[in-house]
Design a protein around this ligand. Structure first.
Ligand code: GTP
Ligand code: MG
Length: 227
């Protein structure tokens, strides 16, 4: 996969100095001419957050020079986080370094989730179409409260919803219709969303592309606001 960022960023020194001063979200390195953004995949346990990163890593190995780091407790339960870094080259002369993380969805990893969300630039909320409505709703509420602990609001952050596991419909599984997920999760946010199958790869890359575009645009907007 040859990756290219969709949005442009000013490369002026003033921009970089200002961004260094802000430094709360995107990280700018003048010396190496790099911009780093941090994207975190959130959502209930077992919704398919790790599956997104696994799919990207295994289907586009040349795009990911570093190994996918996963920390699981036997089986597929993430206990700390998954981490997958990669670079989109030369966005107005700067390399855009993207760091993808997942949080562990299980209740007992509350503090870990909070820690991983520190400095986040963009969020993908992976909802599970095969779970109960309440499961997805509670996970979103948990995300809101963890972000407010960092003084951030989900409404103001770049956010993409991914409604996952729709391949299970082929096996006759009873799934939450995407209209239900939309009204339960996205009626007040009105953010972009994708019906997906992380296992089969449907809309996995589209989700990622969208959140990168939105996150880069947010960096650009912050620059415009302070310049
Ligand atoms: N059928 C189907 N199964 C999926 C899909 N995505 C993930 N799974 C399966 O669901 C299970 C959980 O997926 P993970 O990616 O580990 O879920 P997670 O959100 O990372 O879970 P935690 O780390 O516990 O928070 C695994 O057995 C996956 O193979 C999908 O799109 N379709
Ligand atoms: Mg996981």
């Amino acid at each position: 996969m040859k990756c290219r960022a969709a949005a442009s960023i000013s490369g002026s020194p003033a921009f970089l100095v200002l961004m260094l001063a802000l430094r709360r979200m995107a990280f700018i390195n003048l010396r190496t001419r790099e911009i780093q953004i941090k994207i975190v995949y959130c959502g209930p346990a077992h919704s398919g957050k790790t599956a997104n990163l696994r799919y990207l890593y295994h289907t586009h190995p040349s795009a990911f020079p570093s190994k996918l780091l996963t920390v699981t407790a036997g089986g597929d339960r993430t206990v700390f986080f998954d981490f997958l870094p990669f670079t989109l080259y030369a966005v107005n002369g700067f390399d855009l370094k993207v760091r993808l993380y997942t949080v562990p969805g299980r209740d007992l990893y509350e503090e870990t989730r909070k820690t991983i969300l520190k400095g986040v630039d963009g969020i993908v909320f992976v909802a599970d179409a095969s779970a109960m409505r309440k499961t997805n709703i509670l996970a979103l509420k948990n995300l809101q409260s963890n972000l407010s602990a960092h003084g951030k609001s989900l409404a103001r952050l770049p956010l993409v919803f991914q409604f996952n596991k729709y391949d299970l419909a082929e096996q006759g599984a009873l799934l939450l219709p995407h209209t239900t997920l939309l009204s339960d999760l996205n009626s007040s946010y009105r953010k972009p969303y994708f019906a997906a199958s992380a296992q089969k790869g449907k809309n996995v890359a589209a989700t990622l592309k969208k959140i990168i575009t939105m996150s880069v645009a947010a960096v650009e907007k912050r620059y415009r606001e302070v310049s």
